[in-house]
Design a binder for this molecule. Structure first.
Ligand SMILES: N[C@@H](CCC(=O)N[C@@H](CS)C(=O)NCC(=O)O)C(=O)O
Length: 200
């Protein structure tokens, strides 16, 4: 059984949302900040989420968790088969949502919440905002008027990217183009998203 070490509205939301979409059983264990010594001993890399499964599986990185769950508990339409040409695009945006959008956002978040006042608007934060804005324009252009980022059904690409857009527009009150605002509303209206966001 999957155990998701979870903080509401953190990146563990991606994993909980995916399990809800797939109907995979899981349990959550709450993680509060600042992290306890006990949690750091369990997960020396630190941060949230952290995933455990049977047979000693214990991993970091929310996108790796999504790929693991899709493959171990699939098949699922969230991750196309290797023979499907859509697979490449799903993998690209699953990673892009975290490695590019999410990590530039983290630079801004860490400064916003932890830097001393005089350092909150430093050069790196300005550069990071520019990178996020560029990445959002790229996602917007790739979505266009489609309902989903890859093909005509929800995939891991949407779960990963939509989560990062949610941090930008929610926690950081960043602007989104109209098509991404509508996209975010569609994602949030999904019953599985609603169940996931209610998980403590
Ligand atoms: N790339 C990692 C990022 C993990 C991450 O930054 N998690 C945040 C919460 S959403 C965190 O633990 N922040 C606290 C910190 O970095 O000290 C992932 O996708 O899991």
């Amino acid at each position: 059984m999957l155990t998701i070490h979870h903080t509401p509205r953190s990146r563990s939301h991606r994993v909980v949302w995916q399990c809800e979409e797939m109907g995979v059983p899981y349990r959550t264990l709450p993680v509060a900040f600042p992290l306890t010594d006990e949690y750091r001993a369990l997960n020396p890399a630190g941060g949230v989420p952290f995933l455990e499964d049977d047979n000693g599986v214990a991993i970091n990185e929310s996108v790796a968790m999504m790929l693991y769950i899709a493959q171990k508990y699939g098949p699922t339409p969230l991750l196309p088969a290797p023979s499907d040409p859509l697979l490449a695009r799903v993998l690209q945006f699953s990673v892009y949502g975290e490695a590019t959008v999410g990590m530039w956002i983290n630079t801004i978040m860490i400064s916003r919440f932890f830097a001393p006042d005089e350092a909150k608007d430093n050069w790196s934060v300005g550069a990071a905002k520019g990178r996020v804005e560029h990445a959002i324009d790229y996602v917007s252009a790739n979505l266009g008027e489609q309902e989903f980022l890859a093909g005509d059904a929800l995939t891991l690409a949407d779960i990963s990217t939509s989560y990062a857009l949610g941090i930008w527009s929610g926690f950081l009150e960043g602007a989104l183009p109209d098509n991404l605002t509508a996209y975010q509303a569609r994602m949030k209206a999904r019953p599985a998203f609603q169940r996931a966001i209610a998980v403590k």
